[in-house]
Design a protein around this ligand. Sequence first.
Ligand code: SF4
Ligand code: SF4
Length: 140
Amino acid sequence: MSEPKDFPIIGKDALKREVKDLSVVSWWGVDRKEIEWYPTIDHDKCAGCGLCFVTCGRRVFDFDKQLSKPVVKYKYNCLVGCQTCANLCPTNAIAFPDVSIMKKLVAKNNVVKKSFEIIAPIIGCEDNLSSKETESDFNK
Ligand code: SF4
Ligand code: SF4
């Protein structure tokens, strides 16, 4: 899997921080834009504290000065599987899809097997990998 080393810069956010287009990075070989994993904000619940906007290192959020609330601007910059902002939000205003979609993605794309292949050299079990042909083998 080859990934670009320098990501395209696509703008600056309300704090004048550079925003890079991380959507160009595939997820275990799957085009990031085919994976519907990103936060949504319930603005009725949101207190406008900015914690999600300030802490997300992937610049998924921008801050709308007129609304005085964050907005999800670069949804495919979100790290697939991450829910940190939802965990931090003091008013539970951030939601994600059900985690079951992650389990399905992992199974469909043989992610566990691919991971074993990557760590095989450090755990010294390369010979055992050939017997694990499908994702379902790992769930037995
Ligand atoms: S952390 Fe929650 S309450 Fe604070 S700005 Fe983000 S969504 Fe709103
Ligand atoms: S889940 Fe993680 S990467 Fe995605 S928006 Fe929240 S903090 Fe950023």
